[in-house]
Design a protein around this ligand. Structure first.
Ligand code: SF4
Length: 727
C-alpha cells in the first residue's frame, strides 16, 4: 500500500487548497453574471432550454431561455435548481484511491491512470479480455456515449459494455424497433397539441416529464380528451376524462382488451391495416382470445371503462399515445409497448398532424444515449453488433478489421450477476450508480465487494463509487461541449459554461488518456475536441436508422435543434416520422405484434400479498446522486415514503406519518406512511431515489424482460406492517 500523507496540512500542500472544500471562495462568486450561456437542463429527457449565469468561472444562477421552442422558458423544480450542483461542496476535485483503514485519499492523476490500466491489464491477462466490464450512463452527451462505446471495444477490448438506459428505455426501444424498425418517438411533441384524444400509459407526466404537461394542457384547451392508465391517480390523472387504474403487470391484457373492443366495434382502420402493416391476423386472433370479463378481472379495470376508453380512442379523428416506465419496467415490458403500438396501428393514426406516438425518455440523454453504441448489442447509428455489414461499416470508420470488434456482450443486470459469480473481475464505470438503481441492492452490494479492481469516473462520490478502488474526478454537463437528443428526437447543443473545478477533468479527456495508456491511442488521437468526436459519430451513424450525418454543431445552434434522421447535409431533419407511411422495417410496413398476457415474475400470495410499484417524485432525479445534494430539492421531498390506500392502511392500523416496515423476499425497508386515496388498494408505491437503508431497490426483484432485459421495477410482492422502530 502506498504511504499515506501524514496530515491534512501535507495533503493541502500536495494538492492545493481545494481539500478545504472551498474551491470557489464559498459563494463570493455571487453577483451580476459576466455572461449567459444558452444550454439545456441536464436532468430528464425533455431537454429543456436554459441559460446559465456565469461569473468568475462559476455558475451563479439561471435565466429562462424563452426562445427555445420546446419549453419556451418553462422549467420544473429540478431545472430551476440544477445550477446549484456546480458549486456543490461534495464535488470531486481530485482523483481518489481507497486506502485500507482510511477510506479515500487524493492521488495524482498519473497514479490514478496508471493504477487503472495496470489493474485492468493484469485482470485481463489472467482471465481474458471480457473479465473487465464497462458500465456507462445516459446522462452523458452523444459524444461521450459514442466515445465510451469505442473505448470499451477498441481500447479496453472487452465485449462487456452496457449502459444504465438498460434500466430505462430498452423496452420502448425494442418495441419501437419491432413495430417500426426505428427507435424514436414517431412525432415531435408539437403533434400532441393537435390530438383529439391523448392516451398516457404508465407515465406520471406531471412529475417525471413536467413540460410535457404543458403540451397536453394546450390540447385540452382545444377540447382534447385525456385517458390515463396508471395504478395511481397521478397529478395529471386527477384532471383526466377517464382514469383506468390498471393492476401493475396487467397492461398488455388491458390494451389487448381495448383492441378487442375496436375490432368488435368496427373501429379498426382496415384500409390502413391492409396497405401499410403486416402481422394483423395473428394480432387480431390474440386480442380476441381473452373475453372482456376476463380482461376486467386480470386488470382490475371495470369492463365498461375498457369499452369507454377503446371507444374514445377508436372514434377519435386525431390521437397521440404516450407511454413510459410504468408499462416498460416489467418482465413483459416489450409486450406492453407492443400492445400500445397495436392500438395506434389499428386506427392508422400515425405520420400526420396530430396523430402520433411517443415514448417519454427518462434520462437526460435517454434518446441519444441509446443510439451511439454503448449498449451491449449495438454499434453507432443504432446498428446491430451481430450484423456483418454493420460491423464492416463501423470497422471501416474506426480503421480496424471487423474481427477486431468484440461480439455482443451482456446487459447491465447480467453483468452484475457475472460480477457476483466472479466471471467479471474488473469494472470501469462512468456516471452510473447501480448500487442504488439496480434491483435487489443487497445483491449488488455483494457483487461490488467481489471485484478485484473497480475504477469509477464521476463528479460526485456516488454510493457505488464508495466501493471503488480508484475514483477519477470527472465533469458536469456544463463543463464540456456536446450534444444531447431529447425525447422528441431533437438533437440539442449543450455548451461548456465553466471549467471543471480543482483538479477534476473533463470526462472526454479522462477517457482519451485511458485509451492512450491502454496502448490504443491510434484509434483516438485524432480527437481534439467534442466536435471532432461528433463529426466521427455523424459518419459512423450514416446509413444507420439513427442517422445524424446531416447535423452539425453550427446547424443545431442556428436552428435551435435538428431532428434525426437527417441523412444528408441540407436535409431539413425529421420532426415527424412516417409521413410517407413507409416504415424502417424489412418490408417497409409497420408491424403488428401479437401478444398474449402472462403473469409477472412475482404475483401476490399469502406471504407477500401486496404489490409494490416504484417510481419518481418531481424534485428528484434517478438515483438521486445529484438531486439529493441540492437543498431546495431535498426540502421538497427529503426522504422516501410509502403511499397506501386507506383500506389497506386501516387493516394494518397505519395512519399517515407512521413508520411502515416493508418486506420482500430480498430485503426490508422502513418508510413513513402517506395514506392516500389515489392508489389501488392492492398496491403500494415507494419512490426510488434514495440509497442505503432508504433504497426502494432493497425490495425489488432481479427479474428481467426476456427481450429488452429491463428489470421488473414496477412490480414486486411485499408485506407491510406498522414498524416498531422509528424511521
Ligand atoms: Fe425540463 Fe426535465 Fe429539466 Fe424539468 S428536469 S427542467 S422537465 S429537462
Amino acid at each position: 500500500m502506498a504511504k499515506l500523507p501524514a496530515s491534512l496540512e501535507t495533503l493541502t500542500e500536495q494538492f492545493g487548497p481545494h481539500l478545504n472544500r472551498e474551491p470557489y471562495g464559498g459563494w463570493q462568486g455571487r453577483g451580476e453574471p459576466e455572461k449567459l450561456v444558452k444550454t439545456h437542463c441536464c436532468f430528464c429527457g425533455q431537454g429543456c432550454g436554459i441559460q446559465l449565469k456565469v461569473r468568475g468561472n462559476r455558475i451563479i444562477g439561471f435565466e429562462p431561455w424563452e426562445e427555445f421552442p420546446f419549453n419556451r422558458g418553462k422549467l420544473c423544480p429540478k431545472g430551476v435548481k440544477r445550477y446549484m450542483q456546480d458549486n456543490h461542496p461534495d464535488r470531486l476535485l481530485h482523483p481518489l484511491k481507497r486506502a485500507d483503514g482510511v477510506g479515500f485519499v487524493p492521488i495524482q492523476w498519473e497514479e490514478a491512470y496508471a493504477t487503472t490500466v495496470r489493474e485492468m491489464r493484469r485482470i485481463q491477462a489472467a482471465h481474458g479480455p471480457d473479465s473487465v466490464a464497462v458500465l456507462s450512463g445516459v446522462s452523458l452527451s452523444n459524444e461521450k456515449s459514442y466515445l465510451v462505446g469505442k473505448f470499451a471495444r477498441m481500447a479496453v477490448g472487452t465485449k462487456e459494455l452496457d449502459y444504465n438506459g438498460r434500466l430505462c428505455m430498452v423496452s420502448a426501444g425494442a418495441g419501437n424497433k419491432k413495430a417500426f424498425g426505428v427507435d424514436r418517438a414517431a412525432n415531435s411533441w408539437a403533434d400532441i397539441v393537435d390530438a383529439d384524444v391523448i392516451l398516457c400509459a404508465g407515465t406520471n407526466v406531471a412529475e417525471c416529464s413536467p413540460i410535457t404537461t404543458d403540451y397536453i394542457w394546450r390540447a385540452r384547451d382545444r377540447g382534447a380528451k385525456l385517458i390515463m392508465v396508471d395504478p395511481r391517480v397521478t397529478p395529471l390523472a386527477r384532471t383526466c376524462d377517464l382514469h383506468l387504474p390498471v393492476r401493475p403487470g396487467a397492461d398488455s391484457a388491458l390494451f389487448n382488451g381495448m383492441l378487442r373492443v375496436l375490432i368488435e366495434g368496427g373501429m379498426v382502420n382496415r384500409e390502413f391495416v391492409a396497405e401499410h402493416t403486416s402481422g394483423w391476423d395473428e394480432t387480431e386472433k390474440a386480442a380476441l382470445e381473452m373475453p372482456l370479463a376476463e380482461v376486467a378481472r386480470i386488470t382490475g379495470v371495470r369492463e365498461e371503462d375498457i369499452v369507454r376508453a377503446a371507444t374514445m380512442w377508436g372514434q377519435a379523428k386525431t390521437s397521440f399515445l404516450l407511454h413510459a416506465r410504468g408499462i416498460e419496467h416489467h418482465t413483459k415490458g416489450v409486450d406492453n409497448v407492443l400492445t400500445c403500438i397495436n392500438l395506434v396501428l389499428a386506427t392508422g393514426r400515425i405520420g400526420r398532424k396530430g396523430c402520433g406516438y411517443g415514448t417519454i425518455t427518462g434520462q437526460g440523454n435517454g434518446q441519444g444515449g441509446r443510439e451511439h453504441g454503448h449498449k451491449c448489442d449495438q454499434l453507432p447509428g443504432n446498428r446491430d453488433i451481430e450484423n456483418p455489414e454493420h460491423r464492416a461499416y463501423i470497422a471501416k470508420v474506426w480503421g480496424c478489421e471487423p474481427e477486431d470488434l468484440p461480439v455482443k456482450g451482456h446487459p447491465a443486470g447480467e453483468i452484475m450477476e457475472m460480477i457476483h459469480r466472479g466471471e467479471i473481475k474488473g469494472l470501469i464505470s462512468i456516471c452510473f450508480n447501480p448500487l442504488v438503481s439496480l434491483p435487489d441492492s443487497n445483491f449488488t452490494r455483494e457483487a461490488l465487494g467481489k471485484l478485484e479492481h473497480y475504477t469509477a469516473i464521476d463528479f460526485f462520490l456516488n454510493e457505488t463509487a464508495h466501493h471503488a478502488d480508484v475514483v477519477l474526478a470527472g465533469s458536469l454537463h456544463e463543463e464540456e461541449e456536446g450534444t444531447v437528443t431529447s425525447a422528441e428526437g431533437r438533437v440539442n447543443r449543450i455548451r461548456a459554461a465553466v471549467d471543471p473545478p480543482g483538479d477534476a477533468k473533463c470526462d472526454t479527456e479522462i477517457i482519451l488518456e485511458l485509451a492512450r495508456r491502454f496502448g490504443r491511442g491510434k484509434y483516438f488521437d485524432h480527437f481534439h475536441d467534442s466536435e471532432d468526436i461528433f463529426n466521427e459519430l455523424r459518419v459512423a451513424s450514416h446509413g444507420g436508422t439513427a442517422d445524424y450525418y446531416g447535423i452539425t454543431y453550427e446547424r443545431i445552434e442556428k436552428e435551435l435543434g435538428v431532428f434525426w434522421p437527417c441523412p444528408e447535409i441540407g436535409h431539413p431533419g425529421t420532426p415527424r416520422l412516417f409521413e410517407d407511411l413507409k416504415f424502417s422495417t424489412n418490408d417497409g410496413k409497420a408491424h403488428f405484434n401479437p401478444v398474449r398476457y402472462r403473469p409477472s415474475a412475482e404475483e401476490p400470495d399469502n406471504e407477500y400479498p401486496v404489490i409494490l410499484t416504484t417510481g419518481r417524485v418531481v424534485s428528484q432525479y434517478l438515483s438521486g446522486s445529484q438531486t439529493r445534494r441540492i437543498g431546495g430539492l431535498v426540502d421538497l421531498c427529503p426522504e422516501p415514503f410509502i403511499e397506501i390506500h386507506p383500506t389497506l392502511a386501516e387493516g394494518h392500523g397505519i395512519v399517515t406519518g407512521d413508520p411502515v416496515l416493508v418486506e420482500s423476499r430480498r430485503g426490508r425497508l422502513i418508510v413513513k406512511a402517506k395514506v392516500v386515496t389515489t392508489i389501488r388498494p392492492d398496491t403500494v408505491f415507494i419512490p426510488y431515489h434514495w440509497a442505503g437503508d432508504q433504497s426502494a431497490n432493497l425490495l425489488t426483484v432481479r427479474a428481467y424482460d426476456p427481450v429488452s432485459k429491463i428489470p421488473e421495477f414496477k412490480k414486486a410482492c411485499v408485506r407491510i406492517s406498522k414498524a416498531t422502530e422509528p424511521r
